[in-house]
Design a protein around this ligand. Structure first.
Ligand SMILES: *[C@@H]1O[C@H](CO)[C@@H](O)[C@H](O)[C@H]1NC(C)=O
Ligand SMILES: *[C@@H]1O[C@H](CO)[C@@H](O)[C@H](O)[C@H]1NC(C)=O
Ligand SMILES: *[C@@H]1O[C@H](CO)[C@@H](O)[C@H](O)[C@H]1NC(C)=O
Ligand SMILES: *[C@@H]1O[C@H](CO)[C@@H](O)[C@H](O)[C@H]1NC(C)=O
Ligand SMILES: *[C@@H]1O[C@H](CO)[C@@H](O)[C@H](O)[C@H]1NC(C)=O
Ligand SMILES: *[C@@H]1O[C@H](CO)[C@@H](O)[C@H](O)[C@H]1NC(C)=O
Ligand SMILES: *[C@@H]1O[C@H](CO)[C@@H](O)[C@H](O)[C@H]1NC(C)=O
Length: 618
């Protein structure tokens, strides 16, 4: 930096010369105050080069909102070959706010385009990176000041304002997006990074460094959780690691893996802030490879006749020919310990993704049952309702549905009378003895909220003692079409949150019908809700009936509640809710992290973790 300082002294002494600093270009807000203007004699030291530009760092601003780093865009081979990392240069260019045309929900990147008058002032300079966790630390709770509502970044209405339009001044001490924006274009070091999850299709992944974090789980990741003020905390302190700038390849990481320090430049692309490493980091530690099996097993003692165990597992597009079917069976046997019954999601029809009009899943389910038997000598029966061909969403041709496996020596369907795909379940029976008209059957299949998606599968079970249990197996509409947590839309688009709310309301209607006959009925709702419990607006209709989140009832630590990892967050899409009668008795529950703890993405069997619960029905 010594050479750079003498240069600034030199420029300052020539009052007639017009020059612009990088800090003046960046300014304290989202958009540059100089956007659209051509600026001259911008000086800085080159910190990194890419295929279509390079980064420069200028004199540090005393205002932490203002970055002194800048990306210079150029695809000119002669320009790129004329500059070298370590060169102090001066140049002219046009201040531009760039957003890839592919997605209007991305933020803009401030850059200098059409660079010209590039003069090398000196070479072999070094730039000292900003060491995160020492010089600056990201805020740990909120993403953006515009995430207004009691559910924070998960609030509805979603997409009600836009960062770039509001163009507020940055609040980097409070909001994560503002923090990373205030470092845009700078060279930073991430000390001792810990990986938040697997890489994406481009070999990019999220980390947090050696700085204060919230939501840290025992594996080393960061869990989406409620902050101390009750606002959901989406872990703004995490950052994505992009492709290394020197052409080396990132390692293939996993949740909790430790890496060597990363030094790189901060940028924004594809909807997220990134650090682009100068060179690929190395894996220096891995979490314990052991994945504990459940401790919750059925005990069949004389004094235990009321106890029942269950599992819940989204088995990711399972068909009779799925290569992962034997491993799913081994998970059910070795990790879930063959619970008394299972909530399964994503059971495909007997012809899998072949779109041939097949809707039955008998072969899929009996193949799974046989694979479980071969490993354990436990024989499950199964129950499901076939959908109308092509009407329940998911992989085309697959006709995914939810299904139950159950151990007939423990449970049977009470008065089995299976419904058809378009039959709506009704709650009949006497006061204190609700009964389903059809068993198993589906909730309100004609309701528009269930259009093009899986209908919830209801069943009424009876134990050998004659105790009844009602279950609902759900797989709500997925989050496809949502915008990124670091995107322009605030709160981010949570697609289709209004549909999921309607779906939960439809399930709540069924639960209310049961409770009207018997407030003390045993009711268990399980499955893939495709929504976090922290999106309270979605769950309100069900929680209002008196149903409770089993994680809460079983006092699972907030940071250990996850069944899925997406972007920066370990998070829970899969839930079990229990009725007040079950809640009043002893409730046990465990998340079995077979998949989120997989040593590599390629070794992972399903994108969801299963869970196991143990409840008392009397
Ligand atoms: C840039 O600075 C140089 C001196 O370093 C000066 O000769 C030149 O006129 C300046 N350019 C502009 C456009 O002000
Ligand atoms: C953004 O805010 C900055 C700082 O207040 C201001 O200088 C700039 O003109 C604004 N840009 C736009 C496009 O509103
Ligand atoms: C830069 O430093 C390297 C060694 O560190 C040296 O070989 C080279 O000559 C130097 N270049 C200039 C322009 O000083
Ligand atoms: C969420 O945003 C989408 C896209 O703008 C919009 O269609 C939908 O109505 C919003 N829903 C809620 C509940 O805010
Ligand atoms: C979000 O709202 C804007 C209007 O402010 C609209 O143009 C955009 O399409 C919406 N985003 C989505 C994903 O619907
Ligand atoms: C599927 O199995 C059930 C009994 O488990 C049987 O009633 C039904 O006919 C079978 N369907 C097909 C298509 O084989
Ligand atoms: C149901 O969903 C399909 C596919 O998304 C759509 O084409 C159709 O218009 C929807 N129908 C209703 C009644 O919403």
């Amino acid at each position: 930096m010594a050479k750079l300082f003498s240069l600034f002294f030199f420029s300052a002494s020539l009052a007639a010369v017009s020059s612009t600093t990088i800090a003046e270009i960046q300014g304290p807000a989202w958009q540059s105050p100089l956007v659209g203007q051509t600026v001259h004699n911008v000086t800085g030291t080159i910190t990194a080069k890419a295929d279509n530009g390079f980064w420069i760092v200028g004199e540090k601003s005393s205002d932490i909102r203002v970055s002194n780093g800048l990306y210079v865009f150029s695809s000119s081979a002669s320009i790129l070959s004329s500059v070298t990392v370590g060169d102090a240069i001066s140049l002219s260019g046009r201040v531009t706010e760039f957003r890839s045309s592919s997605n209007p929900s991305y933020l803009f990147l401030t850059e200098l385009t059409s660079p010209s008058n590039i003069v090398r002032l000196s070479s072999n300079n070094t730039v000292t990176p900003v060491v995160l966790g020492r010089d600056r630390s990201p805020p740990t709770r909120y993403l953006s000041a515009l995430d207004i509502g009691t559910d924070g970044f998960l609030s509805v209405p979603n997409n009600s304002s836009r960062i770039e339009q509001v163009n507020g001044t940055l609040q980097p001490d409070r909001y994560g997006l503002d923090f990373w924006e205030s470092l845009e274009g700078q060279l930073v070091t991430i000390p001792k990074p810990t990986v938040n999850g697997f890489q994406n299709n481009f070999g990019e992944f999220w980390v947090h460094g050696d700085w204060p974090v919230t939501g840290k789980n025992r594996r080393g990741g960061l869990t989406l959780h409620f902050g101390p003020d009750g606002i959901p905390d989406g872990n703004p302190e995490a950052i994505m690691i992009g492709s290394p700038l020197d052409g080396t390849k990132n390692p293939q990481p996993a949740l909790g893996v430790g890496l060597s320090d990363v030094t790189g430049v901060v940028t924004y692309q594809f909807g997220f802030y990134y650090v682009l490493p100068l060179t690929a980091p190395e894996i220096i530690s891995r979490p314990d490879a052991t994945i504990p099996a459940t401790t919750l097993t059925a005990s069949r003692g004389l004094f235990d006749v009321c106890t029942i165990t269950f599992g819940d597992y989204n088995v990711e597009n399972l068909s009779p020919k799925s290569a992962h079917l034997p491993t799913i069976a081994s998970h059910i046997v070795n990790y879930l310990k063959t619970p008394d019954f299972m909530f399964l999601q994503e059971i495909q029809d007997d012809s899998g993704p072949t779109d041939d009009g097949t809707v039955s899943a008998n072969l899929t389910l009996s193949t799974l049952v046989k694979a479980i038997f071969d490993l354990s000598k436990v024989t499950y029966s199964f129950a499901s309702v076939n959908p109308v061909d092509g009407q329940d969403g998911g992989q085309p041709g697959g006709n995914i549905r939810t299904a139950y496996l159950y151990r007939p020596e423990v449970l049977k369907l009470a008065k089995a009378a299976p419904g058809g795909p378009t039959d709506a379940v009704k709650v009949e029976g006497r006061w204190l003895a609700p009964e389903l008209n059809l068993n198993p059957s589906r909730i309100d299949p004609a309701n528009a909220v269930w259009n093009a998606t899986r209908k919830p599968l209801v069943a009424q079970w009876e134990t050998s003692l004659g105790i009844n249990l009602f279950t609902v197996n759900v797989h709500l509409s997925s989050k496809g079409g949502s915008s990124s947590t670091q995107g322009d839309a605030r709160p981010p688009v949570n697609s289709p949150v209004d549909v999921r709310t309607g779906q939960v309301d439809s399930v709540a209607g069924f639960v209310k019908d049961i409770f009207e006959k018997n407030r003390n009925a045993n009711v268990l709702i399980g499955g893939d809700f495709n929504e976090f419990i922290q999106t309270r607006s979605v769950y309100k209709p069900l929680l209002d009936t008196g149903m409770t989140d089993i994680d809460e009832a079983a006092r699972i630590p907030a940071t250990e509640r996850y069944s899925y990892v997406f972007d920066q967050n370990a998070q829970q899409l899969d839930h079990v809710l229990i009725s007040p009668a079950i809640q009043r008795r002893k409730v046990e529950f465990e998340h079995i992290h077979i998949n989120t703890w997989s040593p590599s993405l390629s070794a992972r069997i399903s994108d969801h973790d299963p869970s196991v619960g143990k409840i008392r029905l009397c």
